[in-house]
Structure formats: structure tokens, C-alpha cells
Write a protein that binds this ligand. Structure first.
Ligand SMILES: [Ca+2]
Length: 321
């Protein structure tokens, strides 16, 4: 959105210090998370390299404005390199042609044969599925290949994330779907997953080195709050009402349009956790987790690739940009 368009639609700039030098996925996530209380916020690039926070509507809750100010200030001061440009500022293809992996945008995702939606993530050459792989996706794989899934000991519908899937199962799913659609599906790399959650420039050689090193940055924002709808985490946090897994997309998407990177189920990545040992990275925490370090965007664990758990699933990426 341009400044002129935003003004025509009723947005007005907030006064200083709401300026940000460069738009970041994290900041956008903060802003998207604050569409509440009758007031909307948006990021407007008013000049090259300068982005401002504008608002529309009025709010009678000063706490919302204060919280927003604090979060923007925190985002600005993290010192983590910005991701730019955000997909929302990319041009949207016009015309009626089908969306491909090369033309997909946040607004017009690529949709595959299973109905999974994929959006670009700045700083990577892949599209991320907006959802964790669902039970119904995994059942289609099982029906086609005879691969037997292991149902969890709690109830799920087809729109819940598939669980009890080990790294080897997830890789087999990727291979099946790649052959079926003549595309390259795989798990995200650890670095790509960081880009999707808005973390850039983490220090360390291996995922193990980077584990939990960035404080005060969570998938929902910059502050540790037990906010309703932050995601599907452990019951004692009070963030949600789901006892176990939740249907994918039950919480707000991040700036890229991706749901449940934080919470619901841990997500297998391609990488080894250590440089030499046989364990694979999982990211994002789950419906079980409550610990503030575990919920950090920078947290990752290593799990044996043959292990299955009721709170670990996977998310696909597709390459071809
Ligand atoms: Ca997740």
C-alpha cells in the first residue's frame, strides 16, 4: 500500500517514534497481531528505506496503543537484520493465469493437488506451506502408498496437523508428492525456517549452536505475554483452549501469511541438529510446551529421525523460484 492509497483509505501516520528504518517480517507480525480494539495498524513505506506505522480508526483502550508502541520499540531495538521486502509489498500478478510456484504471492498462494497453500518467504528460494501438514494430507499419502500412520491417543479431525510422523516418514511423504506433481517438495532447512519466523543473522555454525540464543523474540511478537491467541501451547499458559492439537490455521498468520510456526506441533527440518550426530532438527514448540526458552523463535531441539511423537509433525516447502 502506498502512502496516498493508505490516506485515501483512512489511515493516518502515528507520530514519532513509530518510524522504522526498514520493514521486517517480525515487525509486520507485530502489527498484524494488533488489529484489535477497533483500530488497525499498517506499515507504509514512505520513502526508500523508511517505513512508518500508520493507523486507522479509534480506540478507547489506551493500553492497546501503549502495548503497540512498546512492541514496535522492542522490534526496532533488537538489532536483528530486517527481512525486506515483505511479500505484501511485491507486485501482485494481474490477469487470469493459474498461479504457479514462480508467480505465487502471499495474496495469491500456489495451491497443490492436495489443496495445500504455499507462499513465498523473503530471503529464501522456496515457498512455505501456510499450514502444518494435515491429517487428511497424510491420509492421502497413506491411501496411495500403503504407508501406515500411527494414530495418536487423542481425537483429531482431518484439519488437525498429522502427528506421530518421524523424519523418515516425512521424507517419504515429500518424495511421494514430488513424484506425483513433478515438483521438488522437501522439509525446510533450519535456516529457511528461521527466515519464515522472522529471524535472520543468527550466530553459530550448527542448529545446536543457535538453539535459544535470541532472547525476547517469539513467533507472535517481542514480549513474553500470556496473550490469548498467541498460539496453541501448553494449557497452563492460558494462550488457547485446545487441550491437544488444534485445527491448522486457528490462530493469526504471521507477516508472510504462515500459520502455527509457533505451537500446535513441532516441525521437522532437513538439517542435523549437531554437525556429526544422527539427530534431526525440530522447530516451533507445541501444544505441550510452556517454557519461555522453548517458546523462543530461536529454540530448536534434536530428535532421532526414527522417533515418533504425539506433538511432532512437519511442514512442507516447495522449491522452484
Ligand atoms: Ca508448529
Amino acid at each position: 500500500m502506498t502512502a496516498a492509497t493508505a490516506a485515501a483509505e483512512g489511515f493516518r501516520p502515528l507520530t514519532a517514534p513509530y518510524f522504522v528504518k526498514k520493514e521486517s517480517a517480525m515487525l509486520n507480525a507485530v502489527v498484524e497481531d494488533l488489529k484489535r480494539g477497533g483500530i488497525e495498524f499498517t506499515l507504509i513505506e514512505t520513502a526508500p528505506g523508511r517505513t512508518e506505522v500508520w493507523r486507522r480508526g479509534w480506540v478507547d483502550d489506551a493500553l492497546i496503543v501503549k502495548e503497540m508502541r512498546d512492541e514496535v520499540a522492542a522490534a526496532w531495538q533488537t538489532g536483528i537484520p530486517a527481512v525486506s521486502p515483505h511479500p505484501s509489498v511485491q507486485s501482485v500478478p494481474t490477469g487470469g493465469g493459474a498461479v504457479t510456484v514462480k508467480t505465487a504471492t502471499k495474496e495469491r498462494p500456489y495451491v497443490n493437488s492436495l489443496g495445500m497453500k504455499f507462499v513465498p518467504v523473503a530471503g529464501t528460494k522456496v515457498l512455505f506451506c501456510v499450514w502444518e501438514t494435515r491429517v487428511k494430507d497424510y491420509e492421502a499419502f497413506g491411501a496411495a502408498t500403503g504407508h501406515e500412520g500411527k494414530k495418536p491417543d487423542y481425537a483429531q479431525t482431518g484439519d488437525h496437523p498429522a502427528v506421530n510422523v518421524n523424519w523418515e516418514d516425512a521424507k517419504a511423504f515429500c518424495e511421494w508428492l514430488s513424484n506425483k506433481e513433478s515438483l521438488e517438495y522437501r522439509l525446510s532447512s533450519d535456516e529457511e525456517w528461521s527466515a519464515a519466523v522472522g529471524l535472520r543473522g543468527e550466530k553459530g555454525e550448527t542448529p545446536s549452536d543457535k538453539n535459544g540464543k535470541v532472547a525476547d523474540v517469539y513467533p507472535w511478537g517481542m514480549q513474553w505475554v500470556q496473550r490469548k491467541r498467541a498460539g496453541n501451547y501448553g494449557q497452563s499458559l492460558g494462550t488457547d483452549t485446545f487441550e491437544k492439537t488444534a485445527p491448522v490455521g486457528s490462530f493469526a498468520a504471521n507477516g508472510f501469511g504462515i500459520y502455527d510456526l509457533g505451537g500446535n506441533v513441532w516441525e521437522w527440518c532437513e538439517d542435523s541438529f549437531y554437525s556429526s550426530r544422527n539427530s534431526r532438527v525440530i522447530r516451533g514448540a507445541s501444544w505441550v510446551d510452556v517454557d519461555s526458552v522453548t517458546l523462543r523463535s530461536s529454540c530448536r531441539h534434536g530428535e532421532p529421525p526414527s522417533d515418533r511423537h504425539g506433538n511432532v509433525g512437519f511442514r512442507l516447502v516447495v522449491s522452484g523460484r
